[in-house]
Design a protein around this ligand. Structure first.
Ligand SMILES: [Zn+2]
Length: 266
C-alpha cells in the first residue's frame, strides 16, 4: 500500500486525462469540419449532369417544342466549348448504382417523340461536334418505310429503317416513349403502352431499350407506373423538370431523372 501511495500522482494523471480529452475533441472537430467541407463541396460521386430535352428542329419553328437547326447548333457548340461530353442513360445508371466514373462534365442529349428532323437536321450537327443523343420513340407512329411515313405531334415521324440506321451509326441510343403518346396515368392500359413500346423496338431493331421517357413528363410520381416501367426492362426514365439531375447515389431514383427543357430562343 505504501509503495502504491508513493507512485500515485493525482495531478499528473488528471493533466494526462485532460490532454487526452482535448486531443479527442480536436480530432472530432477536425473530422466534423472535414465532413462539412466534403458535404458542401460535394464528393465526386455527388455530381450534377444536365439532361437536355429536345423534340424537333425546323427552320420555321411553329411551337415551343421546335428549335431552328441554327439554335440547336449554337447550344451544342456551347456545350462542346464548355468541355461537356455526352453520355448515355445507361452510363448515368451505372454511375448511380455502382459508382462508375463519368466524364468530369457529363451531359445527356435527348429527343422525344421520334421526329424525322432528328435524323435530317440534328444528326449532322451531333456528328460535327462529336455528341451522342437518345431518341425516345413513340412506336405507334413509326412506319415500315418512307412511303408510308407517319406523323407525330403534327410533324413527320421517323421510320423503322431510319431508326435502325441511326442506332447502327453509334450516334443514337434508342429509348421508349410509349406506343401512342398518351398520359400514362389516364390511359386505359399503361402496361400495354410501356411494354408494347419496348417490345416493338426490340422486334424491329433487335435491341431492347433500357431508357424510357414519360409522355408529357406525366405519371413519374406514381409508383405503380414506375413498377410497370421497371418490369418492362427499363433501368432509367426521364421526367420533365427544369433543373439538371443531381446524381446522388441512394437519393436519386433512376426512374425519375429530371430533364432541362431546351426552350427555343425568342
Ligand atoms: Zn413526347
Amino acid at each position: 500500500m505504501e509503495e502504491q501511495d508513493k507512485d500515485f500522482a493525482p495531478e499528473k494523471d488528471a493533466m494526462t486525462l485532460h490532454a487526452r480529452y482535448a486531443w479527442i475533441a480536436a480530432a472530432g472537430l477536425a473530422a466534423l469540419l472535414c465532413a462539412a467541407a466534403w458535404f458542401m463541396a460535394g464528393p465526386p460521386a455527388w455530381r450534377t449532369a444536365p439532361i437536355y430535352m429536345f423534340h424537333r428542329l425546323d427552320a420555321q419553328p411553329r411551337d415551343k417544342w421546335t428549335l431552328t437547326p441554327a439554335d440547336f447548333e449554337r447550344r451544342i457548340a456551347a456545350l462542346r466549348d464548355a468541355g461537356y461530353t455526352s453520355v448515355t442513360p445507361a452510363e448515368i445508371v451505372r454511375h448511380l448504382r455502382f459508382g462508375a466514373r463519368l466524364p468530369r462534365k457529363a451531359c445527356v442529349i435527348t429527343f422525344d417523340d421520334g421526329n424525322a428532323s432528328v435524323l435530317r437536321e440534328a444528326a449532322p450537327i451531333l456528328e460535327r461536334y462529336g455528341f451522342r443523343a437518345v431518341v425516345y420513340l413513340v412506336t405507334g407512329a413509326l412506319a415500315e418505310s418512307g412511303a408510308a411515313r407517319g406523323e407525330i405531334e403534327g410533324a413527320p415521324a421517323l421510320t423503322w429503317p431510319e431508326v435502325c440506321a441511326m442506332r447502327a451509326s453509334g450516334r443514337f441510343v434508342l429509348g421508349g416513349h410509349s406506343v401512342h403518346h398518351l398520359h400514362l396515368d389516364r390511359c386505359a392500359d399503361p402496361e400495354a403502352e410501356i411494354r408494347g413500346c419496348a417490345e416493338a423496338i426490340e422486334r424491329h431493331t433487335g435491341v431492347r431499350p433500357d431508357s424510357f421517357a414519360y409522355p408529357y413528363g406525366a405519371a413519374a410520381e406514381q409508383p405503380a407506373i414506375r413498377k410497370l416501367i421497371r418490369e418492362a426492362g427499363f433501368t432509367s426514365a426521364m421526367t420533365v423538370a427544369d433543373h439538371p439531375a443531381k446524381l446522388r447515389r441512394l437519393f436519386t431514383d433512376p426512374l425519375r431523372l429530371p430533364r432541362v427543357w431546351a426552350v427555343p430562343d425568342q
